[in-house]
Design a protein around this ligand. Sequence first.
Ligand SMILES: [Zn+2]
Length: 305
Amino acid sequence: MLIRHLYCRATVTRGLFVPTKNTWGNQDMSRPSSDLAAFRYIFSKAKHVVILTGAGVSAESGVPTFRGAGGYWRKWQAQQLATPEAFSRNPSRVWEFYHYRREVMLTKTPNPAHQAIAECQERLCRKGRKVTLVTQNIDELHRRAGSKDILELHGSLFKTRCMSCGHVSANHKSPICAALEGKGAPDPNTDDAKIPVNDLPRCQEADCRGLLRPAVVWFGESLDSDILQRVEDELDSCDLCLVVGTSSIVYPAAMFAPQVAARGVPVAEFNMEHTPATMEFQFHFHGPCGTTLPAALAPHLSEAK
Ligand SMILES: [Zn+2]
């Protein structure tokens, strides 16, 4: 399939797919919400649902993205700090940025969209149906809501990878190391902490002590090929695909949703964006996904039978 060759067999690099927000024109061209009952009927019959989630789901929990207008940490946006070059130039500053983001997440909670997905996943799984969750979000709010087997396209704020031995491990410590305690303030007048590299988070594997980095996919880095393959396998076998908190025509869902639609499988978008009234995607539900999704994924009458 052409899409697959374009996006999956080739190396997929973060940053290639620039969101084309609202480039299709004014609000008059926006697509009205679809018939919820029609979606609910298809949902009630689906045996294998893939749910792709994007930044919009996290935004409703108040998670900052450090992108776009006003989205600064000190003097920088995420695109300037979330790169391998920034980390090799100044690992202390980049760790301060990620330490701050980890600590902020301790004050945030999953919202009704995360909860609706987790509840639906658990409920359908009990009945022998399958719900696969694929997310671009790195905040682990889906995990905290109770979702399982999450395919994290961009990694996680709460995982680290060793620069020396490559070991990846979960890490929910607060602070992640003593030297970062109280550091990472986002105010533009804050001075860099200039933490010596030996005092930054270090590998705990025997005899390694290598420098750890956040196990997230930085701008300009390739997505994990094993995760991409697993996503592709799920998309090849699903009979319903939901795109939540992002549009199916922008990255990352644009990598996947068109190939699902091309198989004739229904794709349903839940987001705040105005999208063109394309016939490629069968359903579009406009509004905050914390509002639209719970109604869409609630138990269907037929499920009780
Ligand atoms: Zn190591």
